[in-house]
Design a protein around this ligand. Sequence first.
Ligand code: PRT
Ligand code: ZN
Length: 286
Amino acid sequence: MSAILKIAIQKSGRLSEDSLNLIRESGVDFNKSDNKLTARAFNFPVEFLFLRDDDIPGYVFDGVADIGIVGENVFLEKGKIARVVEQLGFSKCRLSIAVPKSFNYTHCQDLNGLNIATSYPKILGDFLAKENISATIHEISGSVEIAPNIGLAEAICDLVSSGSTLISNGLKEVEIILQSQAVLIAHQGLSSEKSLILEELLFRMSAVRRAKNTKYIMLNAPNKSLDEIVKLLPGVKSPTITPLAETGWSSIQSVVKENEFWDVIGKLKTAGAEGIIVIPIEKIIQ
Ligand code: PRT
Ligand code: ZN
């Protein structure tokens, strides 16, 4: 029997949709039904295990799952040994220490002697030890932000993304102790057959992710502006330039990074570009 790579994915939560989309866009088709804990892909040798995110590092460590997608925060907190194969760029957040707004905080040593409520005792403990801070860690499993208001702790350590939960609970963020995002982790010691399946999956995922960060751009420009425009559009290799029917004009096609997009568009217009068309890209194979 040929090998099947078992992938642990969060059953339902903040990681689920982006994890499944990334796999689907990589050309792996499957049906996920809400009441089933496993699924088999139709067109690729993978099987899915749908789990709570907290269980994913342990399953990958034990080899029950071969790979998994989980937040770096959960992976590091569990302290289970596995290989981080790739950072996936979604579910970005930070693990931060926060104190009541009225707290006069100047330096991390101000945490000395405090009670800090958290669901991340290991990561917090490592931070406190590294900074030589003596504080008491209260481990709680949820609703950490209300701990100061109910008198359980003077500070908290929890995940933050927009920061609005902290603000609505009268807290302020004072230390970022971890920047986190979804990562793909793998069991140490995968068989060579499973490693090959993983390699193919990673190749496809990177083509999808590269395309997501890039747009295809087409524009017209007078020939005298070409040098300047080409410098603004480095492309995958270099831009394509074709002459227009109208003499003295060319069409230019290239790619541009999503995060540089508006800046580049402004500069292209200043350089004389007209009729700029921007198109999403599905995959980029390099
Ligand atoms: O049921 P299961 O155990 O699988 O899921 P879960 O409830 O433990 O996790 P889930 O789905 O809430 O989060 C999964 C992962 O998403 C986390 O481990 C992080 O890696 C990532 N992530 C990204 C976040 C956030 N952003 C986030 N904002 N996880 C939680 N939050 C919470 C945070 O705990 C706080 O309560 O959102 C609140 C703060 O958000 P802001 O926007 O108000 O700052
Ligand atoms: Zn969880």
